[in-house]
Write a protein that binds this ligand. Structure first.
Ligand code: GCB
Length: 599
């Protein structure tokens, strides 16, 4: 578990320098890097961009599909002035596991391809001199790791990833690398939790530090006026007539935390925070006490060239397109996204369902399009998997807890909840994660089509339900769409009569569509058919008041494994992979701009 998750900042006490750019890169199919001393430098390496997935830079298939160990290296300079300070290398994400070497010395290992970690290199670097960082990465999939899958060896000796999930296993140093210099006596974490009473907001805060010292916190509004101050590592700030963070009408305050030791300022950290509350009451999702209907998307971090590498240009475009459709929310399917995504959501006022990469926990989805007839939760991999799962939820919540945009935590995507053996797992998971979020935001997971009110054994656990449903595509497809509507209504009628008093959000529904394919009357894969399927869902959503949101699958087309059900990727995007609109995008713009927030 990572203790220091604070996003890197530069101020009077802290420095950070991005080590993005061209790195040295080398595959290690034979696993020789260790004994050939690659930690001390990569022989005959090639150049590759960071941050990015390595896959799509290659023109040969063996390299693109490469599964196993791979190495990155680059030199970096540590100023003499850093001597005596904490020096760290922060990796925002290396997919899926990494060992970090500096000047030939192993500093640390990390597993989990979508969350940051810091390598403490204070004692390993040369000050006022050149240094070498070498990263040994690995992208194999297993049932003991998140996301779940298998790694098989082909007859030619090459390894191949078999994901139990429907997105390409893009790998590498997918997010930025930072060189940090921090004070030894420093702030390591903070939390805020807002409650609203009458005309005021109470912001309860805690600050964690490496040493006891005098902590002061100052809250300033967007105009720079100080609105509240507090002293001590814990306390409450009262803001009279607060300007609340609202959905699609964001307002951010700046929280400045200072740490003093022996009367001297030793550290400072600043962040943008929003004042708002989140609650579930009966069938309602409440933001600042007001019901909100979610409109938006399941997304992926996926784009041409960089794969899953974070690209602020792509994210800026996506934010603009989401706003254009009238969306107010998205789910980070199926892993925590880059921190910059949440910062942009905070500023744009999008609500985010933040998902951990617990995807593929179902053997029927194994090799996504093949399927294996075994029990996932009965497997002997469950114990080690649980430890990693809890660890990654802990890190995700620690990293993202202060973002006003974060509405809820999604702890799994489409696990096999029809199996009795899933129940102890869920019971433990929901117990162990109950107190991780100081704001106690709702926890949930998505239910696949197999997991219904009659078949799922785990409906007692989530605070609200996320349903993934595909009538009109995987069944009742084409001309049978009307039967799909009837089946969906029949299922929802069962929910309605069940007495379950929690909201339902449709977190996935849609139809694969080849952009530019038109047909009148419609056929599957045409833009016309996608709109018909989505219109059918809209009709159903509008008939059941306990449905409190619709997040269409997917925002944009994205890369998957190759297979008979995928034409160069999943084409359920309402935008193409290069972010151009299909007819469905115009359909949603019309629907969502007209839907009031409290629909
Ligand atoms: C699902 C999965 C998602 C897939 C989608 C599909 O249920 O959660 O990862 O991409 O279906 O298009 O089949």
């Amino acid at each position: 578990m990572e203790k220091e998750m604070l996003y890197p900042v530069i101020n009077a006490c802290r420095t950070e320098q991005k080590l993005d750019g061209m790195w040295q890169f080398k595959f290690d199919a034979l696993g020789v890097g260790g004994h050939e001393h690659w930690p001390a430098g990569l022989p005959q390496a090639q150049e590759i961009p960071v941050p990015a997935s390595f896959n799509d830079f290659f023109t040969d298939k063996d390299s693109r599909e490469y599964t196993g160990d791979f190495w990155y290296a680059r030199h970096f300079f540590v100023p003499a002035a850093a001597q005596g300070r904490f020096v760290g290398l922060r990796f925002d994400a290396v997919t899926h596991r990494a060992a970090i070497y500096v000047n030939g010395q192993l500093i640390r290992r990390h597993e989990g391809g979508f969350l940051p970690f810091v390598a403490d290199v204070t004692a390993a670097v040369h000050y006022g001199a050149d240094n070498l960082v070498v990263v040994q990465g690995n992208n194999e999939l297993s049932r003991e790791a998140l996301p779940a899958g298998d790694t098989v060896t082909l007859k030619n000796g090459k390894k191949m990833a078999r994901p139990f999930f429907d997105f390409y296993n893009y790998s590498g140093i997918n997010r930025s690398v930072h060189l940090l210099t921090l004070p030894q006596q420093r702030i390591t974490d903070y939390t805020v939790n807002t409650t609203l009473t009458g005309d005021a907001a109470q912001v309860a805060y805690t600050v964690a530090t490496t040493v006891p010292g005098t902590v002061t916190v100052t809250l300033t509004d967007a105009a720079g006026t100080v609105v509240a101050q507090g002293e001590g590592a814990e306390g409450t700030l009262t803001v009279a007539q607060p300007h609340l963070w609202q959905v699609r009408a964001a307002y951010l305050y700046t929280l400045t935390i200072q740490l003093q030791a022996a009367g001297q300022l030793v550290d400072e950290y600043q962040d943008s925070i929003g004042l708002r509350t989140i609650a579930i009451r009966g069938h309602q999702i409440l933001v600042n006490g007001q019901p909100v209907y979610l409109k938006g998307f399941g997304r992926h971090e996926d784009s041409p060239f960089a794969g899953r590498g974070f690209d602020q240009n792509v994210e800026a475009k996506d934010v603009a397109l989401m706003a254009w459709t009238g969306a107010n929310s998205f789910r980070t399917a199926h892993y925590p996204y880059a921190e910059e995504v949440y910062q942009m959501a905070d500023r744009a006022g999008f609500l985010v369902i933040d998902e951990v990469p617990a995807v593929g926990f179902k053997m029927a989805a194994a090799s996504f399009l093949g399927g294996l007839d075994q029990s996932f939760f009965g497997g002997d991999w469950i114990k080690p998997l649980y430890t990693k799962h809890l660890d990654q939820i802990t890190d995700m919540i620690r990293r993202d807890k202060n973002h006003p945009a974060v509405l809820a935590w999604s702890l799994l995507n489409e696990p096999d909840t029809c199996d009795d053996r899933s129940v102890p797992y869920f019971k433990q998971l929901f117990a162990d994660t109950a107190a991780l979020d100081p704001q106690r935001r709702p926890r949930t997971f998505t239910l696949s089509e197999d997991d219904t009110i009659t078949t799922s054994k785990d409906l007692q656990f989530p605070d609200f339900y996320l349903l993934n449903r595909y009538p009109g595509w995987y069944h009742y497809a084409g001309y049978a769409l009307s039967d799909g509507e009837a089946a969906l209504r029949a299922e929802l009628d069962q929910w309605a009569s069940s007495g379950i008093d929690k909201p339902i959000v449709f977190s996935e529904f849609g139809a694969d569509t080849e952009a530019g394919l038109h047909k009148l009357p419609s056929v599957m894969w045409s833009e016309e058919y996608q709109v018909e399927v989505l219109q059918m869902f809209s009709r159903v959503f509008d008939s059941y008041p306990f449905i409190r949101g619709e997040q269409v699958w997917n925002f944009a087309d994205f890369q998957t494994v190759e297979g008979t059900m995928r034409v160069n990727g999943n084409k359920k995007g309402i935008f193409t992979r290069d972010r151009q609109p299909k007819a469905a995008a115009f359909y949603y713009r019309q629907r969502w701009l007209a839907l009031p927030l409290n629909f």
